[in-house]
Design a protein around this ligand. Sequence first.
Ligand code: C2E
Ligand code: CA
Ligand code: CA
Ligand code: CA
Length: 275
Amino acid sequence: AKRNGRNRYEHFTLAMDDAARTRRIIENDLREAITNKQLKLYYQPITDAEHTNILGYEALMRWHHPVKGLIMPNDFIPIAEETGLIHMLGAYALYEACREAVSWAGEQTISVNLSPMQFKNSSLVSTVEAALRDSGLSPHRLEVEITESVLLDDSLGNIRTLQNLKALGVMIALDDFGTGYSSLSYLRSFPFDKIKIDKSFINDMGDSREALAIIRAITGMSRSLDIQITAEGVESSEQFLKLREEGCTLFQGYFFGRPQPSELRLESLEQQCWL
Ligand code: C2E
Ligand code: CA
Ligand code: CA
Ligand code: CA
């Protein structure tokens, strides 16, 4: 069985023939997208093993472009990273997610993705602090998701930055685990609150013994380290039941609900019969 990793999910949804032109348009328009209120966070539920409680939501960015329509993050986040616009987008995501989460009735957590690029900005910690202060959200309700590339190079003191974020009281999750250079030593370099198993493994585990073995290695290790394991990209009840049996404690995927705007986020769940 082969393992393609994350690339298979990174469909390029915009026309390929005029890719270069499209790219230029995106780059130009992205500068104004925030002030023009075209960027919106969608929220995808994260549930517990009884699938009865929504413990939190992951904030996922969407761009409603006036001409091109809906643009997905894989089509603009990389451009934002290359142009430096990610600092503005990232700060916007933090402020917006905290602001919206405060208005929710429950105590759910809100997970915000941080680009490795954001760690190059020395004001990351103060941006997070300001987003918490301005919104009034309790720090323990905010979780930031980082990828292992943040840990690959510590020349910028990324571990220290993570420690400072943790000192604010926010939770830190290691995203897309199992892809890239994943190594167990990363888990020693920082006390993560959660590990998210990359959805490519969940997708493949039905017919790949390799994928299942990797899931087992991760859950086995988490038990001894006392870290919560989130399975992402769960699309069926079979996958959910199997992953629960393997020791995953948190679940996220289309099976439980798709990302939705804040005001619609409870709707799909009310209609849903999960098992
Ligand atoms: P990610 O952080 O790994 O987010 C999970 C992706 O999987 C999301 O794609 C989500 O919609 C999708 N997904 C959730 N459940 C399922 C499922 O059951 N099946 C399948 N096939 N997919 C599922 P999305 O929203 O297109 O985002 C793609 C990536 O863009 C994210 O991957 C994240 O790396 C990045 N991203 C999104 N929003 C932000 C943001 O605000 N800041 C930064 N820096 N990156 C972001
Ligand atoms: Ca994520
Ligand atoms: Ca992920
Ligand atoms: Ca990803």
